[in-house]
Design a protein around this ligand. Sequence first.
Ligand code: ZN
Length: 295
Amino acid sequence: MSSWFKRKEKGIVTPTEQKKETPDGLWYKCPECKTVATMAEHKRLLATCGNCGHHDRIDAADYFDFLFDNHQYQELDADMHSADPLGFVDTKAYPQRVAATEKSTGLKDAVRSAHGQLNGLGLVVAAMDFKFIGGSMGSVVGEKIARAIDYARQNRLPFLMISRSGGARMMEAGFSLMQMAKTSAKLALLSEAGLPYISLLTDPTTGGVTASFAMLGDFNIAEPGALIGFAGPRVIKETIGKDLPKGFQSAEFVLEHGFLDFIVDRKELKQKLTELLTMLKPVEVAVPEAATSVR
Ligand SMILES: [Zn+2]
C-alpha cells in the first residue's frame, strides 16, 4: 500500500486565505438535489433549482424586482421603525436586537410595501423579509400592511401580500397579536370596496400570519414546497401524540386539503398574476339609489 495517501506530518494547517476553494458567489448548490448551477443561472431562474424545482427563500426586494415592470416601483412607508412598547429583554434588549438586525440586513423591519405596474396593471404589493427576526409580525409589520391596504383602497388598486413569516413577534407580545385583527379589518374594507386581494404564501408561512391576512385572500396561492401551518409539526406531534402524515404542512398537502386555490412556480408567478388581475379587474361599486335621492 502506497504511503502517498497517508498523512505523516500531523497538524498541517492551511490558512483560510490560502485554501483553494471555489469563491463564494460563483456557484449555487441546490440543498434538495445537490445539483450545481452558476449563480447567474440561479438568479435567472429566480432562485429556483433548474433540476428539481426547489424554491430558495428570497427577499421582498427580489419579488419587487421581477414582478414590477422595468424593475420600477415606489416604496411605501420605507422608514417606519419599531418602538419597544414593553421594554422587552431576552438574551438582549429588544431595541438592541432591532438595531443589530437593521445593521446586518439593511432592512428596517420584516415587511416592505410598494406600488408599481405588473404587465401594465397597477398593483400594491407587501412582501415579507424572513431574515428580519424570522419575518415576525410586530407593530411595524401590521401597520405597514394596514397602510398598504389603505393605499390600495384610496387608489382603487388590487393588493398582493407575499407572506414569509414565523408568526407573531414575541418581543411585542399582545401588540403583535393586535396586528392580526387590524390587518384583517383593513382587508374587509378592501373587499367592501370591490378590490381584489391575492395572498401568496411562501416558505414558511406560520403562526399569527397564517391565522390572519395570509389566509384571507380572494385567492390564496403558494409557492411549491412551502411550509404552511399554524403551530410547527413538532408541537402538533407532541400535542396529539401521533405521527404526522407524510408531507404534512407542505403547500401540496395544504392544497389537497382545500386551503389553497393553486400552487404557482415562481417563474410563472408574474404571468399567473397578470391573468388573475385581469380576471379580477376592480369593479365600480354602484351607489344605491336611495343614497342619491336623499335631499
Ligand atoms: Zn434541486
